[in-house]
Write a protein that binds this ligand. Structure first.
Ligand code: FE2
Length: 262
């Protein structure tokens, strides 16, 4: 069973379309590479200029998924997006993005975001077998606002895995930090699926993860796809979103100055 896992699209429609085209092309090139299902791991909206169109695309393609912090806060009219900011300027930009997104989302989009589950548990080999299980989360098993960075200790991940209920051979996938990574601790796979529409690892390309689960083998590929960043940048400039969001995409989220970490 092979899954394409797409996370943190953040209303960046050209990035989403490029990733979907890449997934479709893999199936066309090599039938063995065929992907059985696509799942999203939340944060469909926020920061980018196409929140309604992004949700429409996910709905059109019938891609199941979970609620990121941006999705659940917009859906429930929460006071802020649950995002982390490193300084007052980033905090001000974040509030602008949240207010803009809340103003733009249609009632249908809001309803769609409201219906997203917090967590999905998959059994690629069938529910009649005890494992492996694949759990999809946005943050951690308690909150979709918790950042599971690559720098987290093995002990942190052990507690995370225990909280999920994972056992050796199981897989936990999550997003939220916008940086992809994969680590195995005590036989449990921890996979951060990166970000389609707002990467923060200094690579401007869209990112997603291919996860293949067979009886004995679990394989993970972190994929990157070039998309038309300038198309998104132009749409940001044409909107009332902060122009800095366009530069952020061009830099792949790399800090413009050492003090400008987001
Ligand atoms: Fe996000």
């Amino acid at each position: 069973m092979k899954y394409a896992l797409i996370s943190d699209i953040h209303a960046n429609l050209p990035a989403l379309d490029a990733v979907l085209a890449d997934i479709d092309a893999r199936a066309d090139i090599d039938a063995r590479a065929d992907i059985d299902a696509i799942f999203h791991l939340g944060d469909l909206v926020g920061y980018g200029p196409w929140p309604n169109e992004t949700v429409d695309r996910i709905a059109e393609r019938a891609i199941p998924g979970i609620a990121g912090n941006y999705d659940s806060t917009v859906a429930t009219d929460y006071k802020h997006c649950g995002c982390q900011y490193e300084d007052p300027h980033q905090e001000a930009l974040s509030h602008l993005s949240y207010a803009w997104t809340r103003e733009q989302v249609s009632p249908a989009t809001k309803k769609f975001l409201f219906t997203l589950p917090f967590r999905l548990d998959l059994r690629p080999l069938g529910g009649h077998l005890a494992k492996p299980s694949v759990t999809l989360l946005h943050g951690n098993q308690v909150l979709n606002t918790v950042y599971v960075y690559e720098q987290r200790t093995d002990d942190f991940l052990r507690k995370f895995g225990a909280g999920v209920g994972a056992r050796e051979g199981d897989v936990i996938c999550f997003g939220h930090t916008h940086k992809a990574w994969h680590r195995i601790v005590d036989g449990v796979h921890y996979i951060n699926t990166g970000s389609v529409g707002r990467p923060k690892d200094g690579d401007a390309r869209a990112g997603y993860v291919l996860l293949a689960v067979n009886t004995a083998v679990i394989s993970v590929e972190i994929a990157r796809v070039t998309y038309d960043v300038e198309q998104t940048a132009r749409a940001i400039h044409a909107s009332t979103l902060p122009n800095e969001f366009a530069d952020f995409l061009r830099r792949g989220g790399a800090a413009a100055t050492p003090a400008d970490q987001t």
